[in-house]
Design a binder for this molecule. Structure first.
Ligand code: ASP
Length: 585
């Protein structure tokens, strides 16, 4: 080894020892007679001291004076007590008086500061990601990711799950996104698809008798990107045979509790369950942030038919109660109104009712409503003196979505979304199908392998698009951490499902014949779940973006700006693949 210790481990107990450290020069301070160099590696920082006291070798001083930021050094010397101690770092009581210093490699001045608070913008940090990874905040996130992965493996192995790798060059898996395609040279004109998830393979592993499978696996979806989305992302993918929903829920609630305990030292409570329909009604979202209440209140019966046309013509009038916000100024209310009117939210306007301390009400629709009317609203919403009612109206789904955004925003403004507080739940009983309003086609809300909720089996026969699925999502703090379902394991049920989704029997056979055939050879009842690993890491890390938990992420155009990918293929490669380009600007 080019070192006897790392840069984070020397303490007063090492005083008097001769040691060798290797690492990067974080900072150099040359005070004439004294030169200090801070040397850094993954484990910490140690101060090196070179004294020009007449005894130091000229060559040592000469070398030290050449050192610049990020030079790679090997430093040998004696551990001594530091005169001016630094309580902010673990090695702050000692320093190393050097007898030897070697420059192992020189470095250009980095394009941004390798410090916790860097001056580098996002794009620059990504271009030089290897330098960014030297910074504590990024390194710590990768270490956290590693810890979580280790605990996942430990927990699942202890429960008899076996990690099985599934192929990456496959054919389309219907998770609802666009596929990434890979041309096959050996089969001209044909393409592999990269897995949107290993869904069909894990089900085949159940037919294969593996009983309990998991994999920490890359999945690929060609979708437009957001802060919490990457074209390639990682799932903790799991499947179990001979189980029902309770078994899956218990197992993975157990895993999440284990992770929180081992990684964050937090004991999570038992996860409550919420029906999909209730989540939509009360929070306007299938992934409600339940760290705070502020549930939606349906004001139709108290707000309609009083002569206010906007409300009278609306499908729904929805309110939320912002506790203690009656003191909002005109300016604050106007600003909130503008906020909901932004194109991202798209509300036409915002109605408010201030519940004054003296028991009176002040509202933006005073013209249409008496004090008694407004009192009835307040009572319905559980609003008390000092509270502010915020009201939106319109078409049901749209208004719910808008109110969901407003609720989250108010939660944020009122400090109700503490990142150190965790509120988990299961959302269950999703609809089986979802209608695409543009095309009139039905999609599987989860995926086409999801079975019907047992109590809706009859509905599936008589009124199939209104049946509910035996599907479940794990939600924590408004983040969909994972989702899964009990699967169809019967060939004719699966064929019915494809029929409901508009596949002809031939199309179903061509795309999913392999799975339906497998179901003819003794498929056990089975079900599973997949958890979004990148998102889980960011939740543990207390930040919104998943990018820093991924060593080499892509930007929002799906580009890796460091390796400059995607890139143009050369003519010969295209020829080998029998591909002709026809690019129109
Ligand atoms: N394959 C599903 C997904 O990626 C998860 C599952 O049903 O297990 O969302």
């Amino acid at each position: 080894m080019l070192r006897t210790h790392n840069c984070g481990e020397l303490r007063e107990g090492h005083i008097g020892q001769k040691v060798t450290l290797s690492g990067w020069a974080q900072a150099v301070r040359d005070k004439g007679g004294l030169i200090w160099i801070d040397i850094r590696d993954r484990y910490g920082i140690t101060q090196l001291l070179i004294e020009d006291d007449g005894n130091a070798a000229a060559v040592l001083l000469e070398t030290a004076r050449k050192v610049g930021r990020e030079f790679v050094l090997q430093a040998t010397g004696e551990v001594i007590e530091r005169a001016a101690k630094n309580p902010n770092i673990p090695t702050g009581n000692i320093e190393l008086r050097l007898s030897d210093l070697e420059i192992l490699n020189e470095a250009q001045t980095p394009p941004f500061k390798i410090e916790d608070e860097t001056d580098g913008g996002d794009e620059l940090r990504m271009k030089y990601r290897y330098l960014d990874i030297r910074r504590n905040p990024v390194r710590e996130k990768l270490v956290l990711r590693h810890k979580i992965a280790q605990e996942v493996r430990r927990y699942l192995s202890d429960q008899d799950f076996i990690e099985v790798e599934t192929p990456v060059l496959i054919k389309s898996t219907p998770e609802g996104a666009r596929d990434f395609l890979v041309p096959s040279r050996m089969n001209p004109g044909e393409f592999y698809a990269l897995p949107q998830s290993p869904q069909t393979f894990k089900q085949l592993l159940m037919v294969g008798g593996m009983d309990r499978y998991f994999q920490i696996v890359k999945c690929f979806r060609d979708e437009d990107l957001r802060a919490d989305r990457q074209p390639e992302f990682t799932q903790i993918d799991c499947e179990m045979a001979f189980v029902d929903r309770e078994d899956i829920i218990n197992n993975f609630e157990g895993m999440m509790r284990h992770l929180f305990k081992m990684v964050k030292g937090i004991e999570l409570p038992e996860f409550p369950r919420m029906e999909y329909a209730d989540a939509m009604r009360d929070y306007g979202s299938d992934k409600p942030d339940t760290r705070f209440e502020m549930k939606f209140v349906d004001l139709n019966d108290v707000a309609q038919n009083k002569g206010f046309k906007v409300f009278d013509s609306a499908e729904i009038v929805l309110g939320i109660c912002a506790k203690g916000c009656a003191s909002y100024t005109r300016k604050q209310v106007d600003e909130l109104t503008k906020w909901v009117q932004r194109p991202q939210i798209g509300a036409k306007g915002l109605v408010y009712v201030k519940c004054n301390e003296d028991g009176s009400f002040k509202s933006s629709v005073d013209k249409f409503y008496s004090q008694d009317d407004l009192k009835a609203w307040a009572e319905k919403a559980g609003a008390e003196a000092g509270d502010l009612l915020l009201v939106l109206s319109g078409e049901l789904d749209t208004t719910r979505k808008q109110m969901c955004e407003l609720r989250l925003e108010m939660g944020e403004r009122l400090g109700l979304r503490n990142r150190q507080e965790f509120s988990p739940l299961w959302v269950v009983n999703f609809p089986m199908f979802e209608k695409d309003e543009e095309t009139g086609h039905y999609h599987a809300m989860h995926h086409p392998f999801t079975s019907v909720l047992p109590e809706d089996a009859e509905i599936l026969k008589t009124d199939r698009y209104n049946a509910r699925a035996n599907a479940y999502d794990m939600v924590i703090n408004g983040v969909e951490v994972g989702g899964g379902s009990i699967r169809i394991h019967d060939k004719s049920d699966q064929a019915d499902m494809f029929d409901a989704l508009g596949f002809t029997p031939e199309e179903a056979q061509e795309q999913f014949g392999f799975l339906m055939n497998a179901f003819e050879y003794g498929a056990p009842p089975h079900g599973g779940i997949a958890l979004g690993f990148d998102r889980l890491c960011s939740l543990f890390g207390g930040v919104d973006s998943i990018r820093d938990f991924i060593a080499f992420p892509k930007n929002t155009s799906g580009r890796d700006v460091m390796i400059e990918s995607p890139s143009v293929a050369d003519a010969q490669q295209l020829k080998d693949l029998s591909i002709q380009l026809d690019i129109k600007e």
